[in-house]
Design a binder for this molecule. Structure first.
Ligand code: ATP
Ligand code: HMH
Length: 268
C-alpha cells in the first residue's frame, strides 16, 4: 500500500511535548509514515530546557544519507537546528537529494525563554534554508527576528511581514498569530505570493501550549506528504492544533503539552 512519507529534522524533547516527539505523534495521527533525523538532544520538561546536546555533523549526515539512499520522503519538516553548521549541512543535503515539499519551522526560543537557535546562526537560516522552503511557519517573535523588526502588533503588520519574508525565498509563508497581543482570536495568515488566506479560531485561555508550533508545522507536513494543497494543509493543521490545545494536558507543573489525539477523536 502507498502511504505518504514524512520526515522531521529536529531536536529531541525528552519531555514528549515538542520537537521530534510532537512531530512523530502528529505524523501518526495524520496517517503518514513518520521518520526522524535528530539534530540535537535536549533535556527539557514543562518547566524549561536544562541541557542542549548537539549531535555531531557526522551523525546528522549519516541519518540523512540512510533515509535518502533508500526510503526517500514526500514531505520534510525542519525544526530545532541550533547552529550555523547544522543548518548548512541540512541545506546541502536537501539540495543534494533534490528534496521536495520542505516545511521550515524557524524554531528560535522555547516557550520558557531558552534559546534553541544560536544568535550567529540566524544568517544561515535566512540565506541557506529559507530559499529552499516550500513553506516557512514563523510565529510573531520569529518573524520579527527574521526581518529585524521590534514588533508586529496588527493584522496589517502581519500581512506586511509575511510579504517581506516571502521575498527571502520561500514559496509560501504562514505567519502564526498565536502571540498577537490583546486579541481573543488566534489568526494565522497564509501568503501564497499573491493572495492572503486567513485561518481563524477562538483563542483558548490556557498556558499549556508547549510544542504547539512544532505540532502545527508537522500537521502541515503530513498533509503535504499526502499531496494536499497548501491551503488544505494549513486548514487541517489549524483544526488539528485547535483541538489539541482545547484538550491540552496537565502534565508536569509548568507549560504543559497538547493532546495530539484530540482531533482524531472528534473526527470519529
Ligand atoms: N491560545 C491559543 N489558542 C488557540 N490557538 C493558539 C493559541 N496559541 C497558539 N495557537 C495556535 O497554535 C499554532 C502554533 O502557534 P504558536 O504561535 O503557539 O507557535 P509557536 O510559538 O511557534 O510554538 P512553540 O512553542 O512550539 O515554539 C498556531 O496555529 C496558533 O494560531
Ligand atoms: C526540541 C524542541 N524543538 C522545538 C521546541 C519549541 O517548542 C522545543 N521546546 N524543543
Amino acid at each position: 500500500m502507498n502511504i505518504g512519507k514524512a520526515l522531521t529534522i529536529a531536536g529531541s524533547d525528552c519531555g514528549g511535548g515538542a520537537g521530534i516527539q510532537a512531530d512523530l505523534k502528529t505524523f501518526q495521527e495524520r496517517d503518514v509514515f513518520g521518520m526522524s533525523v535528530i539534530t540535537v538532544l535536549t533535556a527539557q520538561n514543562t518547566l524549561g530546557v536544562n541541557g542542549v546536546f548537539p549531535q555531531t555533523l557526522e551523525a546528522i549526515e549519516a541519518q540523512l544519507d540512510a533515509i535518502y539512499s533508500d526510503i526517500g520522503t514526500d514531505a520534510v519538516k525542519t525544526g530545532m537546528l541550533f547552529s550555523e553548521e547544522i543548518i548548512s549541512l541540512v541545506a546541502d543535503k536537501l539540495l543534494q537529494y533534490e528534496v521536495q515539499n520542505i516545511v521550515v519551522d524557524p524554531v528560535m526560543i522555547a516557550k520558557g525563554g531558552a534559546p534553541l537557535l544560536q544568535k550567529q546562526a540566524m544568517n544561515a537560516l535566512k540565506t541557506r534554508l529559507l530559499p529552499l522552503a516550500t513553506v516557512v511557519t514563523p510565529n510573531i517573535p520569529e518573524a520579527c527576528e527574521i526581518l529585524g523588526l521590534s514588533t508586529i502588533e496588527t493584522l496589517k503588520e502581519m500581512e506586511e511581514a509575511a510579504l517581506e519574508i516571502q521575498k527571502i525565498g520561500p514559496k509560501y509563508v504562514v505567519l502564526k498569530g498565536g502571540h498577537l497581543e490583546g486579541s481573543n482570536k488566534a489568526i494565522d495568515i497564509l501568503f501564497d505570493g499573491e493572495n492572503y488566506h486567513y485561518f481563524e479560531t477562538k483563542r483558548i485561555d490556557t498556558i499549556h501550549t508547549h510544542g504547539t508550533g512544532c505540532t502545527f508545522a508537522a500537521a502541515i507536513t503530513a498533509e503535504l506528504a499526502k499531496n494536499h494543497s497548501i491551503e488544505e494543509a494549513v486548514n487541517v493543521a489549524k483544526k488539528f492544533i485547535q483541538a489539541a490545545i482545547e484538550d491540552s494536558l496537565c502534565i508536569g507543573s509548568g507549560i504543559g503539552p497538547t493532546k495530539h489525539s484530540a482531533y482524531r477523536k472528534r473526527e470519529i
